[in-house]
Design a protein around this ligand. Structure first.
Ligand code: AMP
Ligand code: MG
Length: 327
């Protein structure tokens, strides 16, 4: 990439922080330093911004993203914070600990960021530049590592700028080299039960001093297990039929594009314009509405397997898999 097309790098001064906040509020993506690695940040409450993150990273499937908050107290606005969760927050935030908690019914974070799940992953990072940018944006930020899928995690602003052109990442805030390239530890809290979902920058022993022995992903059949298994947790209650070109009168239709077959019980259109990023942004909310529509099944029109279409098709084919096999 030539210097003209690379995402611009700016020093972490007050004007840059304000500009980053403004860009994020307007739906653009910003590269920002955290204490783990550089994150590719977008407004976590905007389906469109979250879809742009997946599109920029080129991920073939949607995995849920961590919502980053500037202040520990923010957690109670987004999630159900149990007494045990509150103790972990008091002990370790800000810092490299992510908590997976039940979403509050009025949680403003995009369902796409939660990959359609009823839970949300939250973290308050310790890096002062990250927190300043979150405060300037005034919204929680989804911020997976700022690397294209399958490439090395970025530890400098230059890594981010070289990986993404300016059309994809509006600005990279330079916070120098990130201290340690280790990801955050992820702990899931299901009732008063705490489960280690991913080892990371905060040691198990420190967490267990607060929680007692952590469950392991895999040793308890009641708790959702590894993050991978959790991804299959949300499937619509109704049967799903893919690549439908016609629709029955008792079926709900998840449409895509301008030419929609008539006669459905209910219709939601992922994108009448045929825009796959817009379709990704709408996917989970529309699936949920159709699931509650009173129809007997959900028919899904063909979605092209290019760009985010690959991830959309991946998610829908899991939803369409026979129940119990939707792994
Ligand atoms: P990162 O790539 O560091 O942003 O971490 C994202 C990872 O957090 C995902 O790949 C999942 O493993 C995990 N995660 C995020 N949200 C959830 C959730 N609601 N349930 C379980 N795991 C989650
Ligand atoms: Mg990563």
């Amino acid at each position: 990439m030539t210097p003209q097309t690379m995402a611009p790098i700016m020093p972490p001064v007050a004007e840059t922080i304000a500009q980053a906040g403004h860009l994020l509020k307007s739906g653009f993506l910003v590269g920002l330093p955290t204490e783990t690695v550089y994150g590719l940040a977008g407004d976590a409450t905007s389906d469109q911004a979250v879809a742009r993150i997946f599109a920029a990273k080129g991920r073939p499937s949607f995995n849920p993203l961590i919502a980053h908050v500037a202040d520990p107290a923010e957690a109670t606005r987004l999630a159900e914070v149990s007494p045990l969760a509150a103790r972990l927050i008091a002990a370790f935030w800000p810092g490299p600990l992510t908590l997976v908690l039940p979403r509050r019914a009025d949680c403003p974070v995009s369902l796409l960021a939660s990959a359609g799940l009823d839970t949300i992953a939250l973290r308050c990072p310790a890096h002062p530049v990250a927190r300043a940018v979150i405060r300037a944006a005034g919204v929680p930020l989804a911020a997976p590592s700022a690397n294209p899928s399958g490439r090395l995690s970025p530890t400098t602003a230059r890594d981010v700028a070289e990986a993404f052109p300016a059309e994809k990442v509006a600005l990279v805030v330079d916070g120098g080299e990130t201290p340690v390239g280790v990801e955050s530890t992820i702990v899931g809290l299901f009732g008063e039960k705490a489960v280690m979902l991913r080892p990371g920058g905060l040691a198990r022993g420190a967490i267990e001093a607060v929680t007692g022995p952590l469950g392991d992903a895999g040793d308890d059949h009641d708790a959702p297990q590894s993050p991978g298994r959790l991804l299959s947790h949300y499937a619509p209650g109704l049967p799903v039929r893919l690549d439908a070109t016609r629709v029955g009168p008792d079926e709900a239709l998840l449409a895509f594009g301008a030419e929609v077959p008539p006669g459905a019980f209910a219709v939601e259109n992922l994108s009448p314009e045929g825009d796959l990023t817009a379709a990704a942004a709408h996917l989970f909310a529309m699936l949920r509405r159709l699931d509650r529509s009173g129809a007997k099944g959900i028919a899904v029109m063909p979605i092209p397997a290019e760009g985010l279409g690959e991830a959309i098709r991946d998610r829908l084919s899991r939803a369409a898999a026979p129940r119990g096999e939707a792994a």
